[in-house]
Design a protein around this ligand. Structure first.
Ligand SMILES: Cc1cc2nc3c(=O)[nH]c(=O)nc-3n(C[C@H](O)[C@H](O)[C@H](O)COP(=O)(O)OP(=O)(O)OC[C@H]3O[C@@H](n4cnc5c(N)ncnc54)[C@H](O)[C@@H]3O)c2cc1C
Length: 426
């Protein structure tokens, strides 16, 4: 722990400042609470809303479903965490301080360790017109899920047309949810390849059949090159008119890390070492969608709530180990399964252990829906479990990487791991 040797009467504490209370940041915070004491560590959690946002349900929120908004101050009550509602706008890495705009004032908050858990948002710079005209599933603000929720009932009433752009999981989930919630709405899905094409033929075909059954009109193999005030244009020159356009074409992290001069990738994600520390800055940690490991841990690391939860827990384990003068373990995990909602009461779930490649068995219909619901709820409840039973969260593949290293070292083929930066106290 940090020692304040010139102030012997004052209790020395280390200040950990966490930015973002999503899946990664909230779990990081709760886990660190269980691994540290208020005598030694002070934790501040900053989030730009006073509640936990279930991003996994934003398409359901846009389609007028009722969500539970859990109060962050209530979840953190009686812990050694101070909660501040506010938006971090600037990081001074050298000066170890963050500027935060709260509803009442602008504050500068200093830190010993900073944790970036600010998640991701829809990339609005992909095509001209997206920023001006398209809705995204951001929780609040103009052209958000909240704004869409207000607009859709009247639009559905008069049989209006929604064009969803993007055939990845978010686009597919959105098109299916809107079509099943508002049968009178004309829902179109425009996608570069096939809907869910990245998941392989079987899953993609199931998604396509389900969307068609729900009345969604498909525009596959169509790249949108521009979004106008009342229609999108494809690379082939097709004009598809709309009343509302919902853009789901990929996520990027906010620019906060990039603007602070931290090393980032093309998606603005802070590049981190196997202990979740920003490259060259051992006092800055990054977890969740806002982070990307520079050295892959043997499986691809994609933006997802499951990965965010694992990275959050792993980051807390690493920082706790460092604070206690111990050696943290490098990042290691495996995927277990994935579920994609396909409207009310339907979803497809599948095995993707260990490397994120979809495999049998597939679960569809009611069973798939219940499976997805179970995991969505589990991820949301996990910070609460972690608080009640510190260290509760355990993830698949936690020891895979170390086991692989050991095996390679024994068999003499350890070139990959010899190249890895595994010294945690650099
Ligand atoms: C509709 C939809 C469906 C999805 N479905 C799935 C799914 O089925 N499975 C899956 O694994 N993933 C899914 N995802 C992706 C998943 O939601 C994200 O990968 C996940 O939320 C990332 O978690 P995170 O904690 O890194 O970020 P977030 O959950 O985005 O949390 C970041 C937090 O930081 C706050 N914040 C951001 N900037 C600042 C700032 N400057 N100052 C203060 N606070 C800030 C945000 O308000 C937020 O509370 C879905 C996403 C969407 C939009």
């Amino acid at each position: 722990m940090k020692r304040l040797t010139n102030q012997p009467t004052e209790r020395p504490t280390t200040h950990v400042l966490v930015l973002g209370a999503g899946y990664a940041g909230l779990l990081f915070t709760m886990r660190l609470v269980g691994k540290t004491s208020a005598k030694d560590v002070r934790i501040t959690l900053v989030n730009d809303a006073p509640h936990f946002t279930e991003r996994l349900r934003m398409h359901q929120y846009a389609a007028n479903q009722t969500l539970t908004w859990r109060s962050l101050p209530r979840m953190l009550a009686k812990t050694h965490v101070a909660f501040i509602e506010g938006k971090a706008t600037h990081i001074d890495v050298g000066g170890r301080a963050v500027t935060v705009e709260t509803p009442a004032q602008t504050r500068t908050i200093s830190f010993d360790y900073l944790v970036l858990a600010i998640g991701s948002l829809t990339d609005r710079d992909r095509s001209p017109g997206v920023a001006e005209y398209a809705y995204t599933l951001a929780p609040r603000g103009p052209l958000s899920a909240a704004a869409l929720r207000e607009k859709l009932p009247a639009l559905a009433q008069r049989g209006g047309r929604v064009v969803v752009v993007g055939g990845g999981p978010t686009g597919v989930e959105s098109a299916a949810e809107l079509a099943s919630s508002y049968p009178r709405l004309k829902v179109h899905l425009v996608t570069e390849g096939k809907p869910g094409g990245a998941f392989g033929k079987d899953i993609s075909e199931y998604m396509g059949r389900t969307l068609t059954r729900l009345g969604v009109q498909m525009h596959a193999e169509a790249t949108v090159t521009a979004v106008g005030a009342d229609g999108v244009t494809t690379a082939a020159g097709e004009a598809i008119p709309y009343d509302v356009c919902l853009w789901t074409g990929g996520f990027v992290a906010p620019t906060l890390a990039r603007d602070a001069g931290l090393a980032v990738n093309g998606h603005n994600q802070a590049l981190v070492d196997p202990f979740m520390r920003a490259l060259g800055h051992p006092e800055v940690y990054a977890v969740g969608d806002a982070a990307h490991p520079q050295e892959d841990p043997g499986v691809p690391v994609r933006m997802s709530a499951v990965t965010a939860t694992i990275l959050g827990a792993h980051g807390a384990d690493c920082l706790s180990a460092i604070l206690h003068g111990k050696m943290p373990h490098p990042l290691s995990f495996a995927y277990l399964g994935q579920g994609i909602a396909l409207g009310r009461g339907n979803a497809i779930g599948f095995n993707n252990y260990p490397d994120d490649k979809p495999r049998h068995p597939y679960f569809t219909g009611w069973l798939g829906f219940q499976g997805r619901e179970f995991f969505v709820r589990l991820l949301t409840d996990m910070p609460g479990y972690e608080r009640r039973w510190p260290g509760f969260f355990y993830w698949p593949g936690k020891r895979r990487y170390l086991a692989a290293r050991k095996h390679l070292a024994q068999t003499g083929g350890d070139q990959v791991s010899r190249n890895r930066t595994l010294d945690p106290v650099r």
